[in-house]
Design a protein around this ligand. Structure first.
Ligand code: FPP
Length: 250
């Protein structure tokens, strides 16, 4: 395992948790068993991030497209989410974790929708770490929703053409209140963004690993953070410029 510098931690880590199905196949199990093991990784990784002092963790738990999978699999994912929330709510309250969600959870059925809303409300005042679950989420849908919000506000004269900046646009996204991710991890050897945080990852560092999500543990997270810490984030500038200005943009 590698050493990490606690002074240079990524403020926001986003994870595309991929490979549950392949993990299950590798172990001659059904896909749902893969998701169950994936939920265990979620618990361990949330705990590891909290203990390390990561301030924001966004997990891609369910894309809009995932909802089109066979009903049995979608139902099992919903059950797992409900179970996870019920079993982890106390841990979130005990450790000052705030749960938020991005995506269209209105599409969810009861009782999971209610469990989710309750967990969000009960943890709303926590300040130690933000756990952000992307649920029924799609990056392009998020951008379209932002555009609709902007058109509506301009119709009522709340904003005009000259107000439009990158910062204002960001205020219309689901992620309005959280910083962009510094580090994005994707497991399972796939090299795609899969409609995840399309706007927010403009300057994010990407880290890909072959490890399947159900096998992902604290040591893999540390490897990803160590790799991130070896990189120089230039945000389009030159290395010289960064050193001259002593900039610490990210
Ligand atoms: C990708 O694996 C994973 C998902 C579609 C769902 C992620 C869900 C969990 C990790 C468990 C439940 C979540 C919470 C928050 C408790 P895949 O099925 O696409 O894997 P494959 O590409 O190998 O088929």
């Amino acid at each position: 395992m590698q050493n990490i510098d606690n002074q240079k931690l990524p403020r926001h880590i986003a994870i595309i948790m991929d490979g549950n199905g392949r993990w299950a196949e590798k172990h001659s199990l059904g896909r749902i068993s893969g998701h169950k093991r994936g939920a265990k990784s979620v618990k361990l990784v949330v705990r590891a991030c909290r203990e390390m002092g990561i301030k924001y963790l966004t997990l891609y738990a369910l894309s809009i497209e995932n909802l089109l999978r066979p009903q049995e699999e979608v139902g099992a994912l919903m059950d797992l989410l409900g179970k996870y929330l019920r079993s982890e709510l106390q841990e979130m309250l005990d450790h000052d974790i705030r749960l938020i969600t991005i995506g269209n959870i209105e599409a969810f059925k009861e009782p999971v929708k209610n469990t989710l809303k309750e967990a969000v409300e009960k943890t709303a005042h926590n300040k130690g770490m933000v756990l952000n679950l992307a649920l029924s989420y799609g990056g392009r849908d998020e951008i379209i929703e932002a555009v609709k919000g902007i058109l509506e506000d301009s119709l009522y004269g709340k904003i005009t053409r000259k107000d439009m900046t990158k910062e204002l646009f960001s205020r219309y996204l689901y992620t309005a209140d959280i910083p962009d991710p510094d580090l994005l991890i994707r497991t399972s050897g796939e090299y795609r963004l899969s409609n995840f945080l399309l706007w927010q990852t403009a300057y994010t560092e990407f880290y890909f690993t072959d490890v399947l999500w159900p096998d992902f543990r604290r040591k893999h997270l540390i490897d990803a953070i160590a790799d991130f810490q070896r990189r120089e984030r230039r945000f389009g500038l030159t290395s010289d410029q960064l050193q001259r200005d002593g900039s610490d943009i990210g």
